[in-house]
Ligand binder design. Structure first.
Ligand SMILES: [Zn+2]
Length: 384
């Protein structure tokens, strides 16, 4: 394919892209695709680029109106579905079936991107299966999942499967240096902290508030053995405030985007379908930011404790994620036992699992801090 601008924004997924482009080049796009792979490696972006290619006269030029709308997630014929709460419900699928039966607004191909396609309720799964078995014309479904084992085999067998892999660290670091003008050290730090998730690496690299957030969370992890028990709820509130700050930043950006799009439309009132698309997209972005903020905080906590255990067990500095904190990490190596650190990591992991259900974040963070505090605090009684 000649048009590589959009595709070049996806890194470390050559096999997947080759496979998709071969099919697009052949001009016969399969009607259902399944993108499989860990979170944050480019499945969602690839789905958008594919949708852009399917609706662009030049097969994904990246600069026409259609490509712009698809990439901004406001194209009326590119529809994003994701779980409402914990599941994709039968109502969502029914609504989708109605949408695909309607004539396209402006594109050649309607593209339905279904994120977390492992989260259909049984009823919804059966309904979507019927649609995949008798596909409407000019509709392409892209199902996206990080958890293929939880999907119905009958749905999987209807789709052409594309595997996405974790992005190799050197490739990610090079991308950050080239596209975001980071120094080698900055790029390596962002890469190591992102656990292979490109989106987090980029947002960390370019956002001073995320770097500020990291400083705060690391300080909390470092000092938790010395914090007064009574202050822990307050500390949890501080963490929550960090998450809210991220969401507020997103909403601020959205306001500007909305105003800009309104101006672009040249009308006093934006067309209703466009307005609805933008509102849905903004809601999606805000809730994604909230979840990611929660996970990011936990990932930073993990990085601190994991660095201590790595330093303790291997003595090697190059394995540490927090390259700018090596001295502090070393100071902590002798203060806690390996077993205690593993217990802390387990507590954070359990808290991470909770995020998959719509938990009360403040309560989850508070509980986690209390448990870690209990583990790492010097147990006075052992000295008597
Ligand atoms: Zn285009």
């Amino acid at each position: 394919m000649d048009n590589t601008i959009l595709w070049s924004g996806i890194i470390g997924q050559k096999d997947a892209i080759d496979r998709i482009c071969a099919s697009l080049d052949a001009g016969e796009t399969h009607h259902a695709w399944l993108f499989v792979g860990p979170r944050g490696v480019g499945k969602w972006t690839t789905a958008k680029v594919m949708a852009a290619a399917l609706n662009c006269e030049e097969r994904g030029c990246g600069s026409c109106g259609s490509c712009g709308k698809v990439m901004r997630e406001i194209h009326p014929d590119v529809i994003h579905i994701e779980p409402e709460g914990n599941f994709i419900t039968i109502d969502q699928v029914r609504q989708l079936q109605q949408t695909v039966s309607l004539k396209n607004f402006e594109g050649n191909t309607k593209v339905i991107v279904i994120d977390e396609a492992d989260k259909f309720t049984p009823e919804a799964a059966n309904a979507i299966l019927k649609t995949l078995e008798e596909p409407p014309p000019a509709v392409v479904f892209i199902l996206v999942t990080a958890n293929i084992d939880a999907m119905l085999p009958t749905i999987i067998s209807r789709c052409r499967q594309v595997q996405f892999s974790p992005i190799p660290a050197p490739e990610m670091a090079t991308f950050l240096m080239e596209r975001h003008s980071l120094s080698y050290d900055e790029a390596m730090l962002a890469t190591k902290l992102s656990s292979g998730i490109l989106g987090s690496a980029i947002s960390f690299a370019v956002s001073p508030s995320k770097q500020e957030r990291r400083k705060k969370v690391l300080a909390i992890a470092r000092d938790i053995d010395r914090v007064d028990l009574a202050r822990l709820s307050f500390v949890a509130e501080e963490l929550l405030a960090e998450i809210k700050k991220g969401v507020a930043e997103v909403q601020e950006r959205q306001k500007k985007e909305f105003a800009w799009l309104k101006e672009q439309s040249g009308q006093k009132d934006m067309p209703a379908h466009l307005k609805k698309n933008i509102e849905q997209k903004h809601k999606r972005e805000a809730s994604r930011e909230e979840h990611q903020g929660f996970e990011e905080i936990l990932t930073i906590m993990v990085s601190w404790f994991r660095d201590i255990i790595f330093s303790k067990e291997t003595g090697r500095d190059d394995l540490l994620a927090n390259q700018d904190r090596i001295l502090e990490i070393k100071e902590h190596v002798d203060l806690v036992t390996g077993a205690d650190i593993y217990r802390c990591l387990q507590i954070i992991e359990e808290t991470k699992q909770l995020a998959r259900f719509n938990v009360n974040m403040q309560l989850a963070l508070e509980t986690m801090l209390f448990k870690i505090h209990e583990v790492v605090t010097v147990k006075d009684t052992s000295y008597f």
